[in-house]
Each structure stands twice: as C-alpha cells, then as structure tokens.
Design a protein around this ligand. Structure first.
Ligand SMILES: [Zn+2]
Length: 238
C-alpha cells in the first residue's frame, strides 16, 4: 500500500505536468503568436504611426499656436503704450523750441525803442514828448539791430560804395556798431533831426557824426553840452 502511493502520485503528477506544460506551451505559442502579430501590427502601423508622429508633433506645433495667440493678445496692449508715449513727445518738442526763443531772444522791430538800453530809451521818450509839445514828431527809423541785420547792411554798403573802407563810413561792423548794442537811434523826418540836434542835449542825446544827421546817441549828461561831431563812424572801425 505504501509502495503504490508514490507511483500513483507520480502518474498523477506526470499527467498534471503534461497538462500544465501543454497549457503552458499552448499558451506560450498562442502568446508568442499574439505578440508576433502585435509586433507585426506595430511594425506595420509603426511606419504610419511614425509618419503620424511628426504630424502630431506638428499638431504639437499647434501647441505653439497658443503662444502665438498670447503674442497677438499682448500686441494690443503693446500698441496702446506706444500710442501714449508718441503723443506727448509730439507736443513737447513743438512747445519747447518756441518757449526758449521767446524767453532768451526777445525780438523787437527795428523801429521799436524796446530794444534800446533803458537809459537810451528813457532819454528818447522824454525828448520825443518835448518835441511833440513843439509840434515835431520824432519817428524811429532804426533803433536796435541784430548782428545779422548789421552784417546785411554792411554788405549792402560795400556793394554800394565799392569797398569796405568806404562802406564803414556809413555802416559799422556789428562788433563796433552802437545800434547792435541798443545805444543808438536813427530818426526822421528832417524836421525831427533838426529839432533833436538843437534840443537833444537837454535829455542827454547828441548827434554823433557829421555825415549822419539822423544818428543820435546818449553822449552827454542831460543838461550839458554835446561833444564835437565826428567826421564819420570810420574811426570806430579801426
Ligand atoms: Zn545810426
């Protein structure tokens, strides 16, 4: 009895092993077939899938589209700040050049006494009022001149008289001219010249040149006699 048991067990074990191994082999064969088919399918589909992957990656590039949308979304706010800075500078440069010109360079008409020195202007206004009381109108033909205007007059005089030496008898260079300094005035008409030459000393105004009866400067203290006439302004030019 005890001897029968082991062989029975072995027989049963063999049949079990066979059935198990059969199942295992069948399973392995079936499994390998399934895996092989799967690999074939993967290989066959793998090419198309590999072709699709770049497309998917391209559609992944569609993932780049959101950033493009972000940039386009950032564009409108970017255009708004650019609009606001561009507008202020347009108004500033136009306002800046005009203001310094007004403050640093007051431009008066050559016929105005506003460009004259305070002393010259004060004396001329007193003399003009006194002349008016005598029925004489003193009109300013040229008071303060710019350097550019004086140069322009000098050029014209050189052309008219033929030489610089002749021209400076009538028109001095800017650095020598009392007109550019606001310290001289040319007046008219002839009646005013005559009146001021006779009465100007009371207000400190004197005719200066023998060849220019219209040209007056503040050459004396009011109430004192004027110095002798100079031949012309040529001596001033050196
Ligand atoms: Zn003059």
């Amino acid at each position: 009895m005890t001897n029968e048991l082991p062989p029975r067990r072995t027989n049963q074990a063999r049949t079990r092993l066979l059935s198990v191994t059969g199942l295992v082999v069948a399973g392995l064969v079936i499994g390998s077939l399934v895996i092989w088919h799967g690999r074939l399918g993967d290989l066959l589909d793998g090419d198309s899938a590999a072709d699709k992957q770049p497309v998917v990656a391209g559609s992944g590039a569609a993932g780049n589209k959101p950033p493009a949308i972000e940039t386009s979304a950032t564009l409108p706010p970017a255009s708004e700040p650019t609009k606001t800075p561009t507008n202020p500078p347009k108004t500033k440069p136009t306002a800046d050049p005009t203001e310094p010109v007004k403050t640093t360079r007051p431009v008066y008409a050559e016929e105005s006494d506003l460009g004259l020195t305070p002393r010259m202007r004060s004396r001329l206004r007193k003399a003009t009022a006194a002349a008016k009381a005598d029925g004489i109108t003193i009109s300013i033909t040229s008071a303060r001149r710019s350097v550019a205007k004086q140069n322009q007059l000098l050029k014209a005089a050189i052309a008219k008289y033929g030489s610089y030496r002749e021209a400076i008898r009538w028109v001095l260079p800017p650095d020598k001219s009392a007109h550019v300094k606001g310290k001289a005035v040319d007046i008219g008409p002839r009646s005013a010249m005559t009146w001021l030459e006779k009465n100007g000393w009371r207000y400190g105004l004197c005719r200066r040149y023998d060849n220019e009866p219209w040209h007056f400067e503040a050459l004396t203290t009011p109430g004192k006699h004027c110095p002798a006439l100079q031949v012309s302004g040529a001596a001033e030019a050196g």
